[in-house]
Ligand binder design. Structure first.
Ligand SMILES: NC(=O)c1ccc[n+]([C@@H]2O[C@H](COP(=O)([O-])OP(=O)(O)OC[C@H]3O[C@@H](n4cnc5c(N)ncnc54)[C@H](OP(=O)(O)O)[C@@H]3O)[C@@H](O)[C@H]2O)c1
Length: 435
């Protein structure tokens, strides 16, 4: 079509996502869903000579992503480097200060510096878009920021880290330990050489912090997130939970109440038939609860070159369409303060696994101690285990689930029963997801 504007795109970061984007744009030179045409006019990465799945020989090369961001030849800057600070942040700031639209897949950057970057983008009147930062190919950001802005979202909960979900799924399917499955996932390239961001729950916390900000109209507050990863999830708990009718998932959730916002990432129990429990392998899934819409459930690929690049391309299309909305749900200066709720006040059901001496009267002693502390037991399971893990310290496991109880009461009860003479180790606590 004659007269179409050509947008000159500078891409910093040519790894998994950058490679996906350049491959897509090379294979679809006619990609113009919003009327304009996108053409890559500059690239930046660490190594110019590293073999890439596409030819960059004819593309202008920038050693410094900040120079690419500020270049007069760049109309749209796409940041696919990663990391909350360092070159990614410097380059995004440089592009915004130069009045250029920015597209990024960087959840750490948005979760930790989103409010200040939003203020900068809005002062310049340019979009800062990050669809790929949450759930990769699943359009969660646009759904929450745009499509659901006419509703009042009360809570969001989901599986936001494919690596953790893959590891938990494999542990259950193959009966192998966390360490064994993680090592295999690293060999196969499903987990990073340094898996801390994923298995520590930090990646999921970045994503749920962004969703909380979009859903509740507040600034992202990653520092307020309660985070526990999956490194402490034992195969024994996976098996015992299954016997009780649950599956362990790393659930990231954000809830709004009159007291404020609670953002958490915990290994949590989901009933076996629940869609979150049914979300296996590297898939992601999300529930959104709106005051008027009710419940929405989406599931799909949360990572990977193709799906993530598709989300980046969609943001480039939005830039070409010319719509400029607030970066979060409201203009940066009008975002609500994020008041974190004290997690000790939160109320929920729990799973406790104890290792106890195999002698009469133990169950009665535990039940009595819990009753005294104000914790009411919902179900009890005592089962001999084959190949008892070291963590049982020579004892036998007893497992119980509780009725809803305040976290502070539960924690005090755990301290109490940990001190009983028949209890051999600190009880293992897992929350039952409120989904
Ligand atoms: N992978 C996914 O499925 C996925 C999904 C959603 C969001 N994301 C996000 O997307 C971003 C990119 O992830 P990725 O998986 O594509 O990462 P990656 O494969 O590690 O690629 C990172 C790229 O950044 C380049 N880079 C590193 N430091 C640089 C610097 N100082 N200057 C210029 N370039 C530099 C690297 O250059 P070299 O190639 O020369 O080393 C590499 O090309 C991250 O924010 C990530 O969280 C990824």
């Amino acid at each position: 079509m004659a007269g179409r504007k050509t947008w000159r795109v500078g891409v910093a970061g040519l790894g998994t996502v950058g490679a996906g984007l350049l491959t897509f744009l090379a294979e679809h030179p006619d990609f113009a869903p919003a009327g304009g045409r996108a053409t890559v006019t500059g690239v930046s990465a660490r190594s110019r000579s590293r073999p890439r799945p596409f030819d960059i020989a004819k593309l202008p090369w920038f050693d410094d992503p900040v120079a690419l961001a500020a270049s007069p030849e760049t109309d749209v800057f796409v940041e696919l480097i990663g990391g909350s600070d360092g070159p990614a942040k410097a380059a995004v700031e440089a592009a915004l200060k130069a009045g250029k639209p920015v597209v990024t897949a960087n959840k750490a950057l948005i979760a930790e510096h989103g409010a200040e970057l939003a203020a900068l983008a809005e002062a310049q009147g340019v979009p800062l878009l990050f669809e790929a930062a949450v759930m990769g190919g699943v359009p969660a950001v646009k759904m929450v920021r745009e499509a659901l802005v006419g509703d009042e979202i009360r809570s969001i909960a989901g599986i936001l880290n494919g690596t953790c979900n893959y590891i938990l799924t494999e542990m259950e399917a193959t009966g192998r330990s966390f360490a064994e499955v993680l090592a295999e996932a690293q060999r196969l390239g499903y987990a990073e050489a340094d898996p801390t961001m994923d298995v520590g729950g930090f990646d999921a916390a970045h994503k749920i912090s962004i969703l909380a900000a979009l859903a509740f109209g507040c600034a992202p507050n990653y520092a307020a997130a309660e985070i526990e990863g999956i490194a402490g999830v034992e195969l024994l708990d996976i098996q015992l939970c299954r016997d009780l009718g649950y599956r362990i998932k790393l659930v990231a959730s954000a809830d709004r109440s009159p007291d404020g916002v609670l953002v958490r990432v915990y290994p949590s129990l989901a009933p076996l038939a629940h869609p979150l429990a049914q979300t296996g392998g590297a898939l992601n899934a999300l529930f959104i609860e709106g005051a008027r819409t009710g419940r929405i459930f989406v599931q799909g690929p949360g990572a990977g070159s193709g799906p993530t690049a598709a989300a980046v391309a969609a943001d480039i299309a939005d830039v070409m369409a010319g719509a400029v909305r607030p970066v979060f749900q409201a203009p940066a200066g009008e975002l609500l303060p994020f008041t974190p709720v004290d997690p000790s006040k939160s109320i929920g059901r729990a799973y406790l696994r104890l290792s106890v001496k195999d002698e009469p009267g133990v169950i009665a002693a535990v039940s009595e101690a819990l009753a005294e502390a104000g914790v009411s037991i919902e179900s009890f399971l005592q089962k001999p285990v084959e190949n008892a893990p070291d963590s049982l310290k020579g004892g036998v496991p007893i497992v119980l689930t509780t009725h809803a109880v305040a976290e502070s009461v539960l924690k005090a009860a755990i301290e109490h029963i940990a001190g009983l003479p028949a209890v051999l180790d600190r009880p293992r606590l897992l929350r039952i997801a409120r989904i």
